[in-house]
Design a protein around this ligand. Sequence first.
Ligand SMILES: [Zn+2]
Length: 198
Amino acid sequence: VPFPQFLLWLPQWVEDHIGLGVVQLPEPEDRLAFVIELARLNLVHGTGGPFGAAVFERDSGALLAPGVNLVVPLNSSIAHAEVVALTIAQQRVGHYDLGAPGLPAYELATSTEPCAMCLGAIPWSGVRSVACAAREEDARRIGFDEGAKPDDWVRALGERGIAVQRDVCRERAIAVLEQYHALSGPVYNARQGEGKRR
Ligand SMILES: [Zn+2]
């Protein structure tokens, strides 16, 4: 019996939302507003957790790849918004390294700061910068476990030449997290005890 294949796909609504035109968002606030809206629409459509991310060309702001959290629909604990966006970005450029010679510099924008897993994925991905809206404690407040991260993760990425910008549109991102919480969306983290589930 062959093992199942793993297919990563985005819900149809993502394509419908973005349309066929070029999305170009040079300002950090606009990039974060874009991924926060993906997070909000993901909860509205019931296609996963309240998290959105995207890979942009860092300097021009051209959208390379959107991503949303797909843990529940894909039955995959790794399908966080950041991993989804990075994977689609790499498939789109046809290279596992977004920092490969000949490619423009890329930025990962994410509606909530990366968890321990996504933090680990960032240096491997080849992006040159990361921009975040909500902080990890904002996700923890509604029950999501961000995993064990070094306190100085921003500096650690900086030492690898990956700049991190925090708190861009943070309040707007928190509002989406709280909306998910109010709707009693599933908190799917396996490490959470029953007592922490809502
Ligand atoms: Zn993550």
